[in-house]
Design a binder for this molecule. Sequence first.
Ligand code: ATP
Ligand code: MG
Length: 147
Amino acid sequence: IPIQLIEFCEDLVESIQITTENHEIHFTHSGDFTDVKMDEKLLRHILGNLLGNAVKYSPLGGNVYFDIQSLENNIIFKVRDNGLGIPKSEQENVFNSFNRASNVGTISGTGLGLAIVSKSIDLHCGKIGFESQEGEGTTFTVEIPVN
Ligand code: ATP
Ligand code: MG
């Protein structure tokens, strides 16, 4: 299903921002998104999880930075927060089902979000990765081929 990616992301951010009054989500984009065709359901699923995590694992008043970039035949999505971060020794488990890092405290979750997201990205021939520093923050990067 063809979508206007920038408008789609703006709408998605707006809808998340409505229920997330203690965090600010900042959306930026670069490159040419004309004729980009992507699966809207897939994107909703991926970005809902990544933006949801960025908010959930950041302190009140935190900022979340969401950027999309059009590069050759790929779209690169980045979601960055200045939240809890993920301890280095636990980073290899992040995409495993039911995995939750030891520093989540009382923040609730099933530990399934990223496991499912990474499987569906695989099915769409995309890539997902992240960089994280405990106590500093986390950046998730997703690359999805267009059309
Ligand atoms: P849910 O299934 O409801 O999404 P969850 O958020 O615990 O539950 P995942 O989204 O799969 O599960 O994330 C797995 C774990 O990775 C989290 O429990 C948390 O420890 C860590 N994590 C994920 N995203 C972040 C983030 N942005 N900052 C810090 N830790 C994160
Ligand atoms: Mg989650």
